[in-house]
Design a binder for this molecule. Structure first.
Ligand code: SF4
Length: 218
């Protein structure tokens, strides 16, 4: 048991109030309980997301790969980057990508400079599926049901937990470009990647990247 500041959210006459109590005695939440919550939430979200797939063809991992490809930048849409991101074996990811391609969700494109490198691009069908499935409807309804301060607090806590897991296991961050330490602002709506020297557009900096490095070194 330890002493710390605790956020408190209460509802009075239909309005939400948010404040901090200091020196509250709290129990540390153990990893087992957090795992149980996350596992149950993941299961509910995956089940709901799959309902958006009218063909009923895709497995959760295939939808995850499709979602990643819809969010990543041009350095990160290769089979090797998908393998790193999903943390699965090369064979499993190859099979996953084959299913997505044969069902018309992604198409391959050779790299303009190096013909040995293949990029995976979402087709209109793939993009449509991601837009209808993610975020799943049950998550949107659940989040809307929480008071705004709690939504923000939850987002921050999950972001920090993700970062802590990645740091303590030496995993790549796969973060959003605008938060990368190599991202240099060149002024109005113009950015440069100091790792590759490429100029980045405002749209590029909203995408996730396999080379991302946190500003704190993570
Ligand atoms: S600035 Fe960082 S995240 Fe953005 S493209 Fe360069 S390496 Fe990737």
């Amino acid at each position: 048991m330890r002493t710390r500041t605790a956020p408190v959210i209460v509802s009075v006459a239909g309005r939400w109030y948010f404040f901090h109590l200091t020196n509250v005695m709290t129990l540390s939440m153990d990893a087992g309980l957090i795992y149980e919550y996350l596992e149950r939430i993941s299961h509910l979200l995956r089940a709901n997301a799959r309902r958006a797939d009218s063909d009923g063809m895709l497995q959760p991992v295939q939808l995850e790969a499709l979602h990643y490809l819809s969010r990543c930048n041009a350095y990160s849409n290769t089979p090797a980057a998908v393998t790193d991101y999903l943390g699965l074996t090369k064979g499993t990811v190859s099979q996953t990508l084959r299913v997505l391609e044969s069902n018309g969700y992604v198409e391959k494109q050779a790299d303009e400079k190096d013909g040995r490198v293949v990029h995976l691009l979402l087709t209109r069908k793939g993009r449509g599926l991601v837009e209808s499935a993610i975020p799943p409807k049950n998550l949107r309804l659940g989040v809307d049901d929480l008071p705004p301060p709690m939504q923000e607090q939850l987002g921050t806590a999950l972001y920090q937990l993700l970062g802590a897991i990645q740091r303590s296991n030496q995993l790549k961050s796969f973060g959003v470009c605008r938060t990368c330490r190599y991202n240099a602002s060149l002024g109005q709506d113009s950015f440069r990647c100091e790792l590759t020297g490429a100029t980045l557009t405002p749209s590029d900096v909203t995408r996730i990247c396999r080379e991302h490095a946190g500003r704190d070194g993570g």
